[in-house]
Design a protein around this ligand. Sequence first.
Ligand SMILES: [Zn+2]
Length: 147
Amino acid sequence: MITLYLGVSLVAAAVVLFIMQPVVKGIHASLEREDDELTETEARKRVALLALRDVEYDFLAGKLDEEDYRSLKADLTAEALAALEADEAAKAGLGAEAGDAALEAEIAMIRSGLREGVACPDCAYTNVSGSRFCSACGQALGELAAS
Ligand SMILES: [Zn+2]
């Protein structure tokens, strides 16, 4: 079930990448633009980040129960981090020029959020910034916990 959803979600994210391009706003906007020289690692990174966002949307829309949400979020966070690091390693290997400083800054911010995120008050697990529930124990985080 979860594996199936992951596959569907990744495909859906790739489709959304092209269809929703003029519509989607916000933090990932610059990750979704056309790029004539999109590398394999860049593509993987974008898909992973979009899938992570889709999980949030699906959870908010009630398409995911809490257990699936936490499981998917943990899996996709790991994938997104791995993809970011693979992309950086690939660029370092190619000796790519600094190029798009704004995009690099945004990626650094996303990566920081993925890594530093929100510490669970219950078990101290570090969740992705903006997480509503702890990926490790299910404790409500942030604003939801206060409400
Ligand atoms: Zn926790």
